[in-house]
Design a binder for this molecule. Structure first.
Ligand code: SF4
Length: 333
């Protein structure tokens, strides 16, 4: 197709001169993901391969594949790690029983749990110590939910969205607190809490937001961008909770269509039919090179003009896991 030539699509006419991309900011790596991936990279450099990682270090297929190529071995359960080996716990956190199991197996552990997940674990322990029933808003089966529940299994009840509120049973309706997974939809969580409060007027709030800054900021950015885009492409993996939420939020806030892709070659050219403005963003576990791949794919189809829409500035950084910091001080890498 010649530069500037008009294309005729089923859904309308767009010309190359009109086509553009709105690029959300912030997007991609959050401080917790950055720290967890760096922990595995440094462990590989310092201690040598193989380094075992329990579960996916972060929920992104490209990150996992890249670390595997460098010598990381991903396992589902701690018992799969050979005695004496090093195992890294993922950013999503683990139950205390997993720490106990690793200790029993004589493993060296590096805990890459995001500090903001650890904060929710501590809140769970504190409410459980005060004998509250804890309503944990989250998605059943998600690793973070499993880890948090493991802190107080006798006190925590999972609430999987507003429609699940009616199924909740507690011992004392006067003594109930709520917590949440860090990567939920902000709006849906507000709706769930409102419904919970209708049932339990004395519902105790967490001391601070459990949905983390990165999830909130990426949703704020996608809301702003989606209002001006017919199509939104979210780069991220299907098991990444915060990435899946970005697709939902884009559709709820103005985009006609939104899709999740791991790589640019998963974009279906038919999605672009009649589209003038494409919004692009990425989940908190996505390296920016994958977004650049999507931008290059779009540019090759006439969407070369890119405008970055920055809604919030982010400066958050977390220190490396303490096991690494301790060792790095003894023998600097
Ligand atoms: S998405 Fe939030 S909770 Fe999860 S690793 Fe990133 S900063 Fe931590």
């Amino acid at each position: 197709m010649r530069e500037g030539q008009l294309d005729s699509y089923h859904g309308g006419m767009t010309s190359n001169s009109q086509r553009r991309v709105l690029l959300a900011k912030p997007r991609g790596y959050c401080a917790g993901v950055d720290r967890a991936v760096e922990a595995v990279e440094i462990a590989l450099e310092k201690y040598g391969a193989p380094i075992y990682v329990r579960k996916q270090i972060v929920h992104n297929v490209h990150v996992v594949k890249t670390l595997e190529e460098r010598g990381a071995i991903f396992v589902d359960e701690t018992e799969e790690v050979p005695r004496g080996a090093i195992v890294v716990f993922s950013a999503h956190g683990v139950a205390p029983s997993v720490h106990d199991e690793a200790r029993g197996l004589g493993l060296r552990t590096i805990d890459a749990t995001c500090p903001l997940v650890t904060k929710v674990h501590k809140e769970a322990v504190r409410f459980a110590d005060q004998d509250y029933d804890i309503l944990l808003i989250g998605h059943e089966g998600h690793e973070e939910v499993i880890g948090t529940t493991g802190e107080a299994p006798d006190h925590i009840h999972l609430v999987d969205g507003p429609d699940d509120v009616a199924n909740v049973h507690v011992r004392d309706p006067e003594k109930v607190a709520w917590l949440s997974q860090t990567t939920l939809s902000v709006d849906e969580t507000v709706a769930t809490v409102e419904k919970l409060r209708e049932r339990f007027p004395n519902l105790m709030d967490p001391p601070s937001d459990d949905i983390c800054y990165a999830t909130q900021n990426r949703q704020t950015a996608v809301k702003e961008m989606a209002a001006g885009a017919e199509l939104v492409i979210v780069v991220g993996s299907t098991n990444s909770s915060n990435s899946v939420r970005l697709v939902e939020v884009a559709k709820e806030h103005g985009a006609d269509d939104a899709h999740l892709v791991d790589y640019a070659d998963q974009i279906d050219p038919a999605w672009l039919e009649g589209v003038t403005t494409v919004g692009v963003t990425s989940g908190a576990s996505v390296p920016d090179e994958l977004v650049q791949g999507v931008l290059a794919w779009l540019a090759a189809r006439g969407y070369g003009e890119v405008e970055e829409i920055e809604s919030v500035q982010e400066k958050m950084r977390f220190a490396l896991p303490h096991e690494l910091r301790k060792d790095l001080r003894i023998t600097p890498v």
